[in-house]
Design a protein around this ligand. Structure first.
Ligand code: IMP
Length: 193
Protein backbone atom coordinates (compact mmCIF):
# COMPACT_ATOMS: atom_id res chain seq x y z
CA UNK A 1 0.00 0.00 0.00
CA UNK A 2 1.22 3.50 -0.82
CA UNK A 3 0.66 6.51 1.41
CA UNK A 4 1.84 10.03 0.71
CA UNK A 5 3.37 11.66 3.79
CA UNK A 6 2.39 15.34 3.96
CA UNK A 7 5.61 16.73 5.39
CA UNK A 8 8.44 18.95 4.22
CA UNK A 9 10.53 17.89 7.21
CA UNK A 10 13.30 15.54 6.03
CA UNK A 11 13.92 14.30 9.60
CA UNK A 12 10.29 13.25 10.05
CA UNK A 13 10.28 11.55 6.67
CA UNK A 14 13.40 9.58 7.53
CA UNK A 15 12.10 8.65 11.01
CA UNK A 16 8.83 7.32 9.67
CA UNK A 17 10.45 5.44 6.78
CA UNK A 18 12.88 3.79 9.21
CA UNK A 19 10.07 2.87 11.59
CA UNK A 20 8.13 1.20 8.79
CA UNK A 21 11.23 -0.60 7.50
CA UNK A 22 11.95 -2.04 10.95
CA UNK A 23 8.27 -3.02 11.40
CA UNK A 24 8.42 -5.00 8.13
CA UNK A 25 5.35 -3.08 7.09
CA UNK A 26 4.10 -3.28 3.52
CA UNK A 27 3.24 0.43 3.58
CA UNK A 28 5.36 2.41 1.13
CA UNK A 29 5.83 6.05 2.00
CA UNK A 30 5.75 8.49 -0.90
CA UNK A 31 7.35 11.85 -0.18
CA UNK A 32 6.06 15.19 -1.42
CA UNK A 33 9.14 15.66 -3.58
CA UNK A 34 8.50 12.30 -5.29
CA UNK A 35 5.13 13.58 -6.48
CA UNK A 36 6.47 17.07 -7.28
CA UNK A 37 4.47 18.81 -4.55
CA UNK A 38 6.46 21.77 -3.25
CA UNK A 39 3.78 24.06 -1.79
CA UNK A 40 3.63 24.95 1.88
CA UNK A 41 1.05 23.05 3.94
CA UNK A 42 -0.90 25.37 6.25
CA UNK A 43 -1.02 24.63 9.99
CA UNK A 44 -3.10 27.38 11.53
CA UNK A 45 -5.13 25.27 13.97
CA UNK A 46 -5.10 25.57 17.73
CA UNK A 47 -4.47 21.88 18.46
CA UNK A 48 -2.15 19.19 17.14
CA UNK A 49 -5.17 17.31 15.82
CA UNK A 50 -6.49 20.32 13.89
CA UNK A 51 -3.08 20.95 12.35
CA UNK A 52 -2.50 17.31 11.40
CA UNK A 53 -5.91 17.22 9.71
CA UNK A 54 -5.37 20.56 7.98
CA UNK A 55 -2.10 19.38 6.44
CA UNK A 56 -3.50 16.01 5.35
CA UNK A 57 -6.71 17.54 3.98
CA UNK A 58 -4.89 20.27 2.04
CA UNK A 59 -2.81 17.59 0.35
CA UNK A 60 -5.73 15.23 -0.23
CA UNK A 61 -7.76 17.99 -1.91
CA UNK A 62 -4.87 18.57 -4.33
CA UNK A 63 -3.78 15.03 -5.16
CA UNK A 64 -6.77 12.76 -4.30
CA UNK A 65 -4.46 10.05 -2.98
CA UNK A 66 -4.38 8.28 0.37
CA UNK A 67 -2.14 10.34 2.61
CA UNK A 68 -1.32 11.30 6.18
CA UNK A 69 0.26 14.15 8.12
CA UNK A 70 1.60 14.40 11.62
CA UNK A 71 1.68 17.34 13.97
CA UNK A 72 3.84 17.19 17.06
CA UNK A 73 4.73 19.37 19.98
CA UNK A 74 6.64 19.59 23.22
CA UNK A 75 4.59 20.30 26.37
CA UNK A 76 6.43 21.51 29.46
CA UNK A 77 4.55 21.22 32.75
CA UNK A 78 6.15 24.23 34.47
CA UNK A 79 5.38 26.41 31.42
CA UNK A 80 1.68 25.44 31.47
CA UNK A 81 2.05 23.20 28.44
CA UNK A 82 4.13 25.58 26.33
CA UNK A 83 5.40 25.53 23.62
CA UNK A 84 2.74 22.93 22.66
CA UNK A 85 1.12 23.63 19.33
CA UNK A 86 3.51 26.58 18.90
CA UNK A 87 6.61 24.36 19.13
CA UNK A 88 7.84 25.13 15.59
CA UNK A 89 7.75 28.91 15.96
CA UNK A 90 8.08 29.35 19.73
CA UNK A 91 10.89 31.90 19.36
CA UNK A 92 9.42 33.54 16.25
CA UNK A 93 8.17 32.93 12.74
CA UNK A 94 11.69 32.20 11.46
CA UNK A 95 11.28 28.71 13.02
CA UNK A 96 14.84 28.30 14.28
CA UNK A 97 15.45 25.14 16.34
CA UNK A 98 18.43 26.84 17.99
CA UNK A 99 16.40 29.89 19.05
CA UNK A 100 13.51 27.70 20.25
CA UNK A 101 15.86 25.67 22.45
CA UNK A 102 17.49 28.80 23.77
CA UNK A 103 14.10 30.27 24.69
CA UNK A 104 13.00 27.10 26.50
CA UNK A 105 16.25 26.88 28.46
CA UNK A 106 16.08 30.51 29.49
CA UNK A 107 12.41 30.23 30.58
CA UNK A 108 13.33 27.09 32.57
CA UNK A 109 16.26 28.68 34.37
CA UNK A 110 15.96 28.09 38.12
CA UNK A 111 12.87 25.88 37.74
CA UNK A 112 13.24 22.48 39.39
CA UNK A 113 10.11 20.81 37.93
CA UNK A 114 11.48 19.85 34.51
CA UNK A 115 8.73 17.38 33.53
CA UNK A 116 7.70 17.49 29.88
CA UNK A 117 6.27 15.32 27.15
CA UNK A 118 6.26 15.13 23.39
CA UNK A 119 2.98 14.40 21.64
CA UNK A 120 2.22 13.44 18.06
CA UNK A 121 -1.11 13.26 16.31
CA UNK A 122 -1.27 11.58 12.91
CA UNK A 123 -4.25 12.28 10.64
CA UNK A 124 -4.70 9.62 7.98
CA UNK A 125 -7.03 10.07 5.03
CA UNK A 126 -7.76 6.63 3.62
CA UNK A 127 -10.41 6.21 0.94
CA UNK A 128 -11.80 9.63 1.93
CA UNK A 129 -12.22 8.63 5.62
CA UNK A 130 -10.26 10.32 8.41
CA UNK A 131 -8.49 8.38 11.17
CA UNK A 132 -6.31 9.68 14.02
CA UNK A 133 -3.40 8.03 15.84
CA UNK A 134 -1.64 9.48 18.86
CA UNK A 135 1.74 8.94 20.47
CA UNK A 136 3.27 10.37 23.61
CA UNK A 137 6.56 10.10 25.46
CA UNK A 138 7.26 11.53 28.91
CA UNK A 139 10.58 12.92 30.01
CA UNK A 140 12.32 16.02 31.28
CA UNK A 141 14.05 19.12 30.01
CA UNK A 142 17.79 19.13 30.58
CA UNK A 143 19.61 22.26 31.71
CA UNK A 144 21.79 22.34 28.61
CA UNK A 145 22.01 20.79 25.15
CA UNK A 146 23.38 17.26 24.76
CA UNK A 147 23.91 15.36 21.50
CA UNK A 148 23.75 16.14 17.83
CA UNK A 149 21.28 13.65 16.31
CA UNK A 150 17.64 14.32 15.53
CA UNK A 151 16.07 17.75 15.22
CA UNK A 152 14.05 20.37 17.06
CA UNK A 153 14.10 20.00 20.83
CA UNK A 154 15.82 16.57 20.78
CA UNK A 155 19.06 17.87 22.41
CA UNK A 156 17.19 19.05 25.53
CA UNK A 157 14.64 16.24 25.99
CA UNK A 158 15.59 13.23 28.11
CA UNK A 159 12.94 10.47 28.05
CA UNK A 160 11.95 8.77 31.31
CA UNK A 161 14.20 5.79 32.09
CA UNK A 162 17.17 7.09 30.10
CA UNK A 163 20.23 9.12 31.02
CA UNK A 164 20.66 10.51 27.51
CA UNK A 165 18.66 12.96 25.42
CA UNK A 166 16.94 12.00 22.17
CA UNK A 167 19.82 13.67 20.33
CA UNK A 168 22.27 11.33 22.09
CA UNK A 169 20.17 8.16 21.90
CA UNK A 170 20.00 8.16 18.11
CA UNK A 171 17.18 7.42 15.73
CA UNK A 172 16.63 3.72 16.34
CA UNK A 173 16.15 4.15 20.09
CA UNK A 174 14.12 7.34 19.65
CA UNK A 175 11.83 5.56 17.21
CA UNK A 176 11.21 2.69 19.66
CA UNK A 177 10.04 4.86 22.52
CA UNK A 178 9.30 8.24 20.94
CA UNK A 179 6.02 10.02 20.33
CA UNK A 180 6.11 9.76 16.52
CA UNK A 181 7.28 6.14 16.59
CA UNK A 182 4.40 5.20 18.87
CA UNK A 183 1.83 6.98 16.70
CA UNK A 184 3.26 5.27 13.60
CA UNK A 185 3.01 1.88 15.35
CA UNK A 186 -0.72 2.49 15.83
CA UNK A 187 -1.06 3.55 12.19
CA UNK A 188 0.72 0.38 11.04
CA UNK A 189 -1.35 -1.87 13.25
CA UNK A 190 -4.57 -0.21 11.97
CA UNK A 191 -3.51 -0.72 8.36
CA UNK A 192 -2.51 -4.31 8.86
CA UNK A 193 -5.83 -5.24 10.48
P1 IMP B 1 5.40 20.00 13.51
O1 IMP B 1 4.45 21.14 13.53
O2 IMP B 1 4.77 18.69 13.78
O3 IMP B 1 6.24 19.99 12.28
O4 IMP B 1 6.42 20.16 14.71
C1 IMP B 1 6.51 21.35 15.43
C2 IMP B 1 7.84 21.48 16.08
O5 IMP B 1 7.89 20.61 17.20
C3 IMP B 1 9.06 21.16 15.25
O6 IMP B 1 9.47 22.24 14.47
C4 IMP B 1 10.08 20.86 16.36
O7 IMP B 1 10.59 22.05 16.87
C5 IMP B 1 9.20 20.20 17.41
N1 IMP B 1 9.25 18.75 17.25
C6 IMP B 1 8.32 17.96 16.66
N2 IMP B 1 8.71 16.69 16.70
C7 IMP B 1 9.90 16.67 17.31
C8 IMP B 1 10.81 15.64 17.63
O8 IMP B 1 10.62 14.46 17.33
N3 IMP B 1 11.92 16.02 18.28
C9 IMP B 1 12.19 17.30 18.62
N4 IMP B 1 11.38 18.31 18.33
C10 IMP B 1 10.24 17.99 17.67
Amino acid sequence: MELVFATNNAHKLFEVKEKLRLSNSNVRIISLSEIGFYDALPETGTTLQENALQKAQTLYERISRNCFADDSGLEIEALNGEPGVNSAHYAGEHRSHEDNIHLVLSKMEGISNRRACFKTVIALILDRKIHYFEGRVDGEITTEKHGIDGFGYDPIFRPVGFSQTFAELGLEEKNKIGHRGRAVEKLVSFLSN
